[in-house]
Design a binder for this molecule. Structure first.
Ligand SMILES: NC(=O)c1ccc[n+]([C@@H]2O[C@H](COP(=O)([O-])OP(=O)(O)OC[C@H]3O[C@@H](n4cnc5c(N)ncnc54)[C@H](O)[C@@H]3O)[C@@H](O)[C@H]2O)c1
Length: 443
């Protein structure tokens, strides 16, 4: 099928590459000319394992093209996915400016049948607004064009986005007519062979399903972090507790790790946007409010641990940080816990030496001009002269540190494990003081 995608970011590019790989003929469009120019040269503007190769391969085979022309994208497509950003507004609601601009643009061009599929995460009722915006422009032109709007939220997770897209656990579709269902079935047939993964529902339920999924996951994380805080105070170990509760099949092991708080481009903004939607409709979303509150507090926890270790005398210290991205296998630092920590340290007159396998360029853009912040190509170089080393993001290369090398490089032997993955016993043998989330400090 001829498919166009408006918005070539994480979701747009992964969807574009995946649909092209499955045999569709895809055009990815974006308003960012630099992004499109890079893509035309075979460069992915984002780091996502396997993505660049897939984009290049499919472009070479003629299944995938990139453009800044909305007209070319609309004219190409039988089905068109809107995958532009929905960033948070000041009041926490989702900013639909990009989505509605795309819809208006489509309406100005549309002259043949089209299925418009909203893939961006959007509040309930947005598909109605997209339909109205397109129709308004068609009416203004005094023309007629048959189109439908469907909701098809995306559930990929950065870091393993290609696998999530190619082997989805479910494909949620909100439709208003049978033809839309048929077209969506045709689009996703190559991803739906093993067993039925497509779940059709009304458009509003589909829009709410996406927010509900993220709200549920964020709630698990905040609850674990709250329990970790209690564990620290009462002399328990959250890792033991995690295993103890995960073994209950009603709870399960997935997504119950204590840590420095959730970040990224989705959970924080989606929890806020759902709270806002609830408020708009006269519901008070108390649990969602608490989830966000606990998360914001948790993001300050690593700093608090350092502050306590150094008896509130952090000024003039040097702190090494391993892991800057909000999670492993991405260079995305949007709302990353590392940023809250780094900001607080720099504010306190601390020198920060950081390492990350992929996000150091992004970090240098954020902290450019701050002489107290530096990145280092080697993770152990980042620890040279450090008074403490903090693990913020659990990239695999940080899992088994060379404690001898760290001991030789660091000025003081203090470790803060923000992911509870280091062996405290081994670190202790090398003379380190160890702090971890929801566990008792040792050394
Ligand atoms: N990143 C994720 O892990 C993820 C997962 C599931 C859902 N989502 C949702 O998908 C949507 C997109 O997220 P993302 O992370 O891919 O965003 P992104 O910021 O990486 O990419 C969005 C792209 O849209 C482009 N754009 C903006 N306005 C445009 C317009 N009018 N026409 C054409 N292009 C335009 C931007 O230039 C940008 O390249 C959001 O609603 C997000 O919540 C994201």
């Amino acid at each position: 099928m001829k498919i166009s995608i408006i918005g070539s970011g994480y979701v747009g590019l992964v969807s574009g590459a995946g649909l092209a790989e499955a045999g569709h003929n895809v055009v990815c469009m974006d308003v960012d000319a630099n992004r499109i120019a890079a893509l035309q040269l075979g460069k992915s503007p984002i780091y996502e394992p396997g993505l660049e190769e897939m984009l290049v391969d499919n472009a070479r085979r003629g299944h995938l093209a990139f453009t800044t022309s909305l007209e070319a994208a609309v004219n190409h497509a039988r089905a068109l996915l809107i995958a532009v950003g929905t960033p948070p507004s000041e009041d926490g609601s989702a900013d639909l400016g990009h989505v509605l601009a795309a819809a208006t643009g489509i309406g100005r061009i549309l002259s043949k049948p089209l299925l418009v599929i909203v893939k961006s995460t959007v509040p309930v009722g947005t598909c109605d607004r997209v339909r109205a915006a397109i129709q308004k422009e068609i009416d203004l032109r005094g023309e007629k064009a048959a189109f439908s709007v469907a909701s098809n939220p995306e559930f990929l997770a950065e870091g393993h986005a290609i696998k999530d897209f190619m082997q989805p656990s479910r494909i949620i579709c909100g439709v208003e007519d049978e033809q839309s269902e048929d077209l969506l079935r045709e689009i996703y047939a190559p991803f739906n062979r093993n067993h039925e993964k497509m779940l059709f529902m009304d458009v509003r339920s589909s829009e709410l399903t996406k927010y509900s999924a993220n709200a549920m996951l964020a709630t698990k994380i905040s609850l674990m972090n709250e329990l970790a805080g209690i564990a620290e105070r009462v002399g328990a170990d959250i890792e033991q507790v995690r295993k103890g509760i995960g073994s209950d099949p009603r709870i399960g092991y997935a997504f119950i790790y204590a840590g420095p708080g959730y970040g990224g481009s989705c959970f924080p903004k989606d929890v806020r946007a759902l709270s806002h939607t609830a408020r708009e409709h006269g519901c008070e979303a108390r649990i969602l409010g608490a989830v966000e509150h606990v998360n914001n507090r948790q993001k300050t926890h690593l700093y608090a641990m350092l502050d306590r270790n150094f008896n509130t005398e952090l000024q003039g210290k040097c702190i090494a940080i391993w892991g800057l991205s909000f999670k492993p296998n991405t260079d995305d630092m949007r709302e990353a816990p590392s940023r809250v920590l780094i900001d607080a340290l720099l504010e306190s007159g601390v020198t920060v030496r950081a390492h990350d396998p992929e996000a150091m360029d992004v970090a240098m853009n954020i902290y450019s001009g701050n002489q107290n912040f530096s990145v280092h190509a080697d993770q152990y170089d980042a620890a040279i002269g450090a008074d403490a080393l903090v693990l913020v993001t659990e990239w695999k290369l940080y899992w088994i540190p060379d404690y001898e090398k760290l001991a030789a490089n660091m000025r003081q032997k203090v470790l803060v494990d923000g992911r509870n993955i280091w062996s405290q016993e081994t670190a202790l043998k090398h003379g380190f003081t160890c702090h971890a989330i929801g566990r008792q400090s040792i050394g």
